[in-house]
Design a protein around this ligand. Structure first.
Ligand code: MTE
Length: 332
């Protein structure tokens, strides 16, 4: 059953104490999770993520997600309460307000689902979702998510290394970039049929091949110990934690290997504001606002919870080498 938000208050303004787990409780739950994993027990437990809504999903997927094991690159920062991660979203296909995706995305049909793989690769074709995902063991990755709008969260995703998935399609040496496309279904996605639509659909994103193959980049199919909700990009979405959130494209239906840098949705929309690289960088401001700090959710007017933004969202040690010698102001 889904959590219904109280009618009188916006869900992300609910007093944090109701839902906020202390660092100690979080550390304890992670210790429990690590112990459970060592003992071969599922990460999914009421104790780990108590307030999670269960969305409809095929049995095999739910079981596969529940069998995920803790993965590398974790953080000891507080995990953002689920209600924020699942109710304060950007998924413009379902509307521009933060609560629109949670309200409208449930109608999106995510089963059956298939992905078309094309371009510079040996094993292209159309693949059923199950055939794509089932072959991979899943891991939990607790990552910071930094939106270009200067808010951030810490989200426990469940997914598989993107590189492991892409290798199965045998990219050719001519493949220098990989492009991803979101579902185009105006009948299911009100934002796509709106006359006031801010962007040109379908939503397209891309990565350089070496970025896509980096072990931090994942294809997520779950979060908070369960199957990923529609508003967060069911049934599969990218998570590229060192880049602004808009690179982490949702509900992917196509993957294309290319020799040329793909033209991405936000770059096409406002090339002076959103670049192809979109690496989190406190030294390179957005033309209309500073990127030096961010609001770590939960935050409110009286308790803004503003923290310093870190280069590559705190993953510099892992990814800075990908950009050595590059002018990060020019390639923003
Ligand atoms: N993918 C699609 N297809 N459409 C979108 O509007 N928004 C992006 C990204 N992926 C978006 C998308 C932006 S701006 C952000 S910050 C993240 O999704 C937000 O992910 P979340 O809602 O799971 O926190």
């Amino acid at each position: 059953m889904l959590i219904k938000k109280p009618a009188d208050i916006r869900s992300y303004e609910i007093t944090p104490e109701h839902v906020y787990r202390s660092r100690r409780a979080f550390m304890q739950s992670m210790a429990v999770a690590a112990g459970a994993a060592a003992a071969g027990i599922s990460l999914r437990s009421e104790a780990n993520y108590p307030d999670v809504s269960s969305y409809p999903a095929p049995d095999w997927l739910r079981k596969h997600v529940h069998d995920a094991k803790p993965g590398p690159f974790g953080t000891d920062e507080d995990v953002t309460p689920y209600i924020y991660a699942s109710r304060y979203n950007n998924f413009y296909e379902f509307g521009m307000d933060k609560e629109d995706p949670a309200e409208h995305a449930e109608a999106m049909v995510t089963d059956p689902w298939s992905v078309e793989v094309s371009g510079a690769c040996e094993n292209g074709g159309t693949f059923a979702y199950e055939d794509i995902i089932k072959a991979h063991a899943l891991e939990e990755r607790i990552y910071r998510l930094r939106c270009v709008e200067a808010w951030s969260m810490v989200i426990p995703w469940i997914g598989l290394p993107l590189g492991d998935l892409l290798k199965r399609f045998k990219p050719l040496s001519s493949a220098k970039f990989v492009e991803f496309t979101t579902l185009y279904a105006p009948d299911q996605m009100p934002g796509q049929r709106s006359y006031f639509s801010a962007i040109d659909y379908p939503y397209v994103e891309g990565l350089r091949m070496d970025e896509a193959m980096h072990p931090l980049a994942i294809m997520a199919v779950g979060m908070y110990g369960d199957v990923i909700p529609p508003q967060n990009g069911a049934p599969m979405r990218l998570v590229v934690p060192w880049k602004y959130g808009f690179k982490s494209i949702k509900s992917i239906v196509a993957i294309r290997f290319t020799a040329r840098e793909p033209m991405t949705t936000w770059e096409k929309q406002a090339p002076n504001e959103y670049g192809f690289y979109a690496n989190v960088n406190p030294e390179v401001d957005h033309p209309r606002w500073s990127q030096k700090t961010e609001r770590r959710l939960p935050s409110s007017l009286f308790s803004p919870n503003r923290i310093d933004t870190r280069l590559f969202n705190g993953y510099a040690e892992e990814v800075a080498h990908l950009y050595s010698g590059m002018n990060l102001r020019r390639y923003f």
